[in-house]
Design a protein around this ligand. Structure first.
Ligand SMILES: [Zn+2]
Length: 315
């Protein structure tokens, strides 16, 4: 091909792609509008009056909405009937984003959830909602003093049971080590031994560093959780090494403040929604509002979001 022909071809392809993107965006927008109408279509049985065998057939043939989406739409739209803020979110981002919060949002918290849903992906929102439910934030009206008293009471008495599939040899060895003691003591001892072994190889922080996390530091940080996300209660595999002291400011890879996180929890950290982020992850909790006073941090987080780096690059 000549240069001219090549350029013409390039322009044609660019034009095709732009058209496709534009039409696609509009198609999604109109589909969302259809989704919002579904509860009323169902209520007045309009599908029946127009000769369709079910609302599923009606939605599929007229708007290309599949059965699963109809179910989500009918369920979630009923949940948010009295929450106009969340209806607007559906119009902007589709029905799926509502799923993680449909059961916990109330008319009083609808605006709060709408703001979160607009700024987060569905997975990040789901992770946030899960923590919200667990924490006292889930019952803002509850008597907080009472709540903390109850918490202490329960944590003193609480016992967690886990089941393990072990080979007979491993089971025998563990039973032996436990002897007449209890499992918690034995597990504590084993954990301490594991931690001591990891700590013995703790590298020194690297200052004035490039973004790339040195292998020694990465290895140490990952050994601490055995490649698991460090957020309390999360057992997902880590996806990012997160700098709790933002790397862009410190230019340091510090093995103590470099934390492996899964994608949703890393997003929450960068959204400024983790309390005590500069302490070890055992002390982390989610926050209701991002800290607006630390402007500098937010600027860096915005920068990180824009120049998003891939796995292991550190964030
Ligand atoms: Zn996680």
């Amino acid at each position: 091909m000549t240069n001219v022909a090549q350029n013409t071809q390039k322009i044609l392809e660019k034009d095709l792609h732009e058209k496709f993107t534009f039409y696609g965006k509009n198609a999604l927008k109109w589909k969302r509008k259809c989704t919002i109408l579904l509860p009323e279509i169902a209520k007045y049985r309009i599908w029946e009056k127009k000769g369709f065998s079910s609302i599923y057939e009606y939605a599929a043939k007229l708007a290309g909405i599949n059965n699963a989406s109809v179910n989500v739409a009918l369920w979630a739209m009923r949940k948010i009937e009295d929450k106009p803020e969340l209806k607007r979110v559906v119009e902007e981002k589709g029905i799926e984003i509502i799923r993680p919060i449909a059961n916990i949002a109330t008319p009083e918290t609808a605006a709060f959830w709408a703001e979160k849903a607009m700024g987060m992906s569905k997975n990040t929102l789901a992770a946030y909602a899960k923590e919200y439910k667990k924490s006292e934030l889930g019952s803002p009206c509850a008597d907080s003093k009472n709540y903390y008293e109850n918490q202490t009471l329960f944590s003193d008495l609480s016992v967690e049971q886990i089941t393990m599939d072990l080979s007979p040899e491993t089971a025998e060895q563990l039973q032996k080590l436990k002897g007449q003691g209890n499992w918690n003591e034995l597990m504590q001892k084993l954990l301490q031994a594991y931690q001591a072994r990891v700590e013995a190889k703790k590298p020194i922080p690297q200052e004035n560093a490039k973004r790339y996390v040195p292998a020694k530091i990465e290895k140490y940080v990952l050994a601490k959780t055995n490649n698991t996300c460090a957020f309390p209660g999360c057992t997902k595999e880590y996806k990012y090494l997160h700098h709790t002291w933002r790397f862009a400011l410190t230019k340091t890879h510090d093995p103590d403040t470099l934390i492996p996180l899964c994608k949703p929890h890393e997003r929450l950290a960068h959204a400024g929604l983790i309390e005590n982020e500069n302490q070890p992850p055992e002390n982390w909790k989610i926050k209701l509002e991002a800290d607006k006073t630390s402007e500098k941090w937010l600027k860096v987080d915005k920068w990180v979001a824009e120049h998003y780096a891939g796995k292991n690059a550190g964030t």
